[in-house]
Design a protein. Structure first.
Length: 455
């Protein structure tokens, strides 16, 4: 494509960059205090992940976007994990299991100064079973004298231990090179073998909103829980359920059904599980307890699904308990708290009475259709041309930036690149997004718009 004032290579490069599919996922796992959060901080180059001397800092945020040597990936940080009542071995194992499941490759961090512990050995067994690519990071090798400690970790049988100092950065570059070699270009479990199989749904929401009740309701009502479908390998934590004549894969349902009660770290555990489920899914059904005020936690879960670029349906549960007053306030709350996802299809359900269960599938289908929508370049530019003519960008400093050309670089979710003659203000970008939605639908899907400005 040639765009006035742009180099052809720039245009093609920009379209390719914007069209990237979902990013591969790298999980950083290991015992508490080995330096996972410090390493995550170093990789993302920010001070965002909290590091504290004592283990067990509870956080909500568990996935970050990172880049190394021009390649982008998602990083799952398990550093906020707390030792639970089951003891350290069980909690580290559970953490590792969730993280490994969601990941395409794993960095296993061991404290080289301490050496391999029994807990580390237990994690190694999990890693073997999972069969995902692993890079072994021998951390806290702050100087040459620590190299021998790192070499001792060959004994774990995971191949070469990479001596690093997450704190000072020593060796982390070489380790990341090894990570990139191990990491597939695209997330395998999301978009590899599973393509063509049942669509994947993550049923998510904070504790007690009714996830397990809803899952039981849909599984029972339709009485069909398919166990094997030709050509699909069934993950034991996923459940195949037939709804509305179609088989769907509800991902990570073990976490919903198995009511694991943790006294500490339960929030963190829940958010890690939510992140893992969202990564594996195409569409997230976010369950909200409509009888209670919309909380910050509800909003975080919505943000997690939007940031992951998944199709989205919002289901307001426990509708059977709502009186007129609560319904009034709920509408006000939705308007203010969920304004950024006003495009998400909404259903008002009751897992208890079965109210409106039949509306769930059409909402999910609408969201997936929006998520996969592709607007042909000709149509897009006809639309942009009219839009720009009718509503030009405001004049700034005597100049009027113009949109010259646009194209949809990708789907799932839809990603657009616009080429402009000058800086396009945030307000005008939002206006374009609004009009794109009015014109082409995009119900139930986030859309990404990146703007390239002529030099
Ligand atoms: P996590 O629990 O595995 O996430 O561990 P943290 O990242 O919170 O680190 C635990 C402690 O180890 C903190 O006091 C860090 O400063 C320290 N630490 C982390 N990496 C290194 C390192 O490479 N060298 C040294 N000397 N200390 C480190
Ligand atoms: P989860 O933690 O999200 O899996 O939530 P549960 O399914 O365990 O439900 C939490 C509580 O809410 C239980 O006591 C359920 O019986 C109750 N509950 C779930 N759905 C509904 C509903 O639609 N109406 C009412 N009244 N209660 C519900």
């Amino acid at each position: 494509a040639a765009v006035e004032g742009f180099d052809v290579d720039d245009v093609e490069g920009a379209i390719e960059a914007a069209g990237h599919g979902p990013l591969p996922v790298l999980a950083v796992i290991g015992r508490p205090n080995v330096g996972k959060s410090t390493l995550v901080n170093r990789i993302i180059g920010r001070r965002e992940a909290v590091v504290e001397d004592k283990p067990g800092v509870t956080r909500d945020r568990v996935t970050y976007e990172a880049e190394w040597a021009g390649r982008r990936f998602k990083l799952v940080d398990t550093g906020g994990w707390e030792q639970d009542v089951l003891g350290i071995d069980a909690s580290v194992a559970a953490q590792a299991e969730y993280a490994i499941e969601a990941a395409d490759a794993v960095v296993f961090v061991v404290d080289a100064k301490v050496g391999a512990t029994d807990t580390d050995e237990a994690v190694v067994r999990l890693l073997r079973k999972a069969g995902k690519p692993v890079v072994l990071a021998a951390n806290k090798v702050d100087g040459l004298s620590g190299e021998a400690d790192a070499a001792a970790l060959w004994s774990l049988g995971l191949g070469e231990p990479h001596p690093i100092s997450a704190l000072h950065g020593r060796g982390t570059g070489d380790m990341l090179d090894a990570v990139l070699e191990a990491l597939p270009e695209a997330p395998a479990q999301t978009f590899g073998t599973a393509v063509g199989g049942p669509r994947r749904i993550a049923l998510i929401g904070r504790p007690n909103v009714g996830k397990s009740s809803l899952l039981n309701k849909v599984a029972d009502e339709d009485r069909v829980v398919v166990n094997e479908i030709a050509g699909t390998t069934r993950d034991p934590v996923d459940e195949l359920i037939e709804l509305g004549g179609v088989t769907w894969k509800f991902v990570d349902t073990a976490g919903i059904r198995k009511r694991v009660h943790l006294q500490q770290g339960a929030d963190y555990y829940a958010s890690l599980r939510t992140a893992a489920a969202v990564e594996k899914a195409e569409v997230a059904v976010i369950l909200i307890d409509a009888s209670e005020s919309i909380s910050v936690q509800d909003q975080r879960i919505v943000t997690m699904a939007v940031d992951a670029g998944r199709a989205l349906v919002i289901a307001y549960n426990k509708w059977d308990t709502l009186d007129e007053e609560r319904r009034y306030y709920l509408e006000r709350e939705i308007e203010t708290e969920f304004a950024q996802v006003a495009w998400a299809p909404r259903v008002n359900v009751s897992a208890r009475t079965g109210r409106h269960m039949e509306k769930l599938v059409p909402a999910i289908e609408a969201a997936l259709a929006g998520w996969e929508t592709r607007v042909p370049t000709g149509r897009l530019n006809a639309f942009l041309g009219e839009l720009v003519a009718a509503h030009p960008h405001p004049v700034r400093g005597g100049k009027q930036p113009r949109i010259l050309f646009g194209t949809q670089a990708g789907t799932k979710p839809p990603r657009f690149v616009l080429f402009a003659s000058g800086f396009i203000e945030a307000g005008y970008r939002r206006f374009i997004e609004r009009r794109l939605r009015e014109e082409f639908g995009f119900e139930g899907t986030p859309i990404h718009i990146s703007v390239r400005v002529r030099e």
